[in-house]
Design a binder for this molecule. Structure first.
Ligand SMILES: [Zn+2]
Length: 186
């Protein structure tokens, strides 16, 4: 959560996250909430460039973020991808990576389970819903082993999704994970 001065918020002190750093370009509030909804649910993929520029700008101007080696999006399950037609996290991730001159890879992290929509669940059930939802493709382990990974998503809310995905990357041997999101639910 946004802080003045202190390095860790109360939430992180209570339950240390799997990631070393998290950054959000904006609060999930007007106008970003509307833009994200248009982008994600109304198929306005053309918004991706402007949103990615905003996120890349936040990463570039953050003094506290160490360098990363590769950018990886939070994956969608196959059926969710078929339903939406695109993965909004990948549309952001690949553009942010290009702006920052980093490699991006959407094939590393897999989402074999088709879990319920996080937004439909009470907060307490969100973590349970995602348990085991992510895995690193065993054939792609070398793409993350020993590397610092930036995990990209559109919105960070409870952090349950990012937590599970980061844990999967670390289990596969990633040296560290940062979470880069466009917006953070205040
Ligand atoms: Zn925190």
């Amino acid at each position: 959560m946004p802080l003045a001065g202190a390095r860790l918020c109360g939430e992180c002190l209570r339950q240390p996250p799997a990631w070393s750093h998290a950054i959000a370009a904006a609060d999930y509030d007007f106008p970003w909430d509307r833009l994200v909804i248009d982008f994600k649910f109304h198929g306005k993929v053309e918004l991706a460039s402007a949103l990615a520029q905003r996120l890349a700008g936040a990463v570039k101007t953050s003094a506290s973020l160490p360098a990363v080696d590769i950018v990886v999006p939070i994956p969608l399950s196959a059926s969710r991808l078929a339903e939406r037609g695109f993965n909004q996290a990948w549309e952001l991730a690949r553009r942010v990576a290009r702006i920052l001159g980093l490699p991006a890879d959407a094939a590393v992290l897999l989402r074999p389970l088709d879990t319920a929509h996080q937004a439909d669940l009470p907060r307490a059930q969100r973590a349970v819903n995602l348990r085991g939802a992510f895995m690193v493709d065993p054939r792609q382990r070398l793409r993350v082993q020993g590397l610092k990974v930036a995990l990209v998503d559109d919105v960070l809310t409870t952090g349950a999704t990012a937590r599970e995905a980061a844990a999967a990357l670390l289990r596969a041997g990633a040296a560290g994970v940062q979470v880069w999101t466009l917006a953070r639910t205040p």
